[in-house]
Ligand binder design. Structure first.
Ligand code: SAM
Length: 308
């Protein structure tokens, strides 16, 4: 169903920023200490790679440099439910956590985890296109630091091919991260994506495992078409808290899952993304409560799944 808010939303044009005055401080610190890229080369280095990537993949989050912002570490569940288990030594005979950054793009959230002290052997990433994996290694200058075989490609959420590389991690993932991925799909395809996420999750932990991330959401859920150079890189469906829960409840109720899932808990928050000036860090992003009627919001979510 299309309402007035959705028709207005369809008038948005994707933005493209030619360059940027400063990098987010957290990214610049990581490029300095982890990637060993001198401060005065960093902006040129990032903009050059961004331009190359945008020429092939004109996603709004690449055009506007949103991908430089470490969205996973800004997630309210990051410290407790992502970083802490991925850093912690696990005694013998307990289940070791396994993290997958699905749709990793430049792999900035993966590198932030490494930089924050997560154990690298627990970290995996995937993308549908190997160019993104290559861009990530160039951007972070770390081909000698990370295990190449932990970068799965092509990993296509809606592929039915038995050769798709995501199958390597079927039934193995305990923390599954997807940021700026769900909104790329129509509601029908999102059902297939949620189903694919459930397949990836580890079933025998005896406790809940986690899918988390964020994407563009709206107080008026429904199909949106952010106008872009091509349909392929556009946002297609935005959720509010209720419709997002409804999607997962629908998938959980399918024959394939209804007897296999003991509990499924969906939490999400719709937030407004704001850029503000910070004396120490330059420009930073802060998340605040949305204005009434907003249809371009940021939805952070957690989906906790306990299998029978
Ligand atoms: C908008 S980018 C966001 C990437 C990153 N997570 C971030 O927050 O910056 C979307 C990513 O999803 C990947 N992608 C697109 N379609 C996909 C599919 N069918 N299966 C898996 N990944 C896909 C793209 O290649 C791209 O890296």
């Amino acid at each position: 169903m299309t309402n007035i808010a959705q028709i207005e939303a369809s008038a948005y044009h994707s933005q493209f920023y030619e360059t940027l005055e400063a990098l987010p401080k957290s990214l610049s610190d990581l490029l300095t200490t982890y990637s060993r890229i001198p401060k005065d080369h960093q902006i040129d280095h990032v903009v050059k790679l961004r331009d190359e990537a945008y020429a092939d993949f004109p996603y709004p989050c690449i055009g506007t440099f949103r991908f430089l912002e470490f969205d996973l570490s800004a997630h309210y569940a990051y410290q407790e439910h992502v970083l802490s288990p991925l850093k912690m030594p696990f005694p013998d005979n307990t289940i070791e956590p396994l993290f997958l950054d699905l749709g990793t793009c430049f792999g900035q959230d993966f590198r932030k985890l490494v930089h924050d002290g997560a154990l690298v052997r627990r970290l995996w990433a995937s993308d549908i296109d190997s160019k993104f994996i290559d861009f990530g290694f160039k951007m972070f200058n770390d081909a000698d630091k990370l295990p190449m075989d932990h970068f799965l490609c092509p990993g296509n959420l809606i592929s039915k091919s038995p050769d798709d590389k995501l199958h390597v991690l079927d039934d193995k993932v305990t923390i599954l991260h997807l940021t700026a991925v769900f909104h790329l799909f129509s509601l029908e395809d999102q059902k297939a994506v949620a189903d694919r996420c459930l397949q990836l999750l580890r079933k025998d932990t005896g406790g809940p495992v986690l899918v988390l991330g964020a994407h563009v959401g709206s107080l008026s859920p429904g199909p949106y078409q952010r106008q872009n150079v091509s349909q392929d890189y556009s946002h297609k469906y935005r959720h509010d808290e209720e419709s997002w829960k409804g999607l997962w409840d629908y998938v959980r109720g399918k024959d394939a899952w209804k007897n296999k899932i003991k509990n499924l808990e969906v939490k999400s928050r719709l937030l407004r993304r704001n850029k503000v000036k910070d004396a120490e860090s330059g420009e930073i992003t802060v998340f605040t409560r949305p204005d009434p009627g907003s249809n371009l919001l940021w939805q952070m979510y957690e989906v906790w799944v306990t299998f029978t």
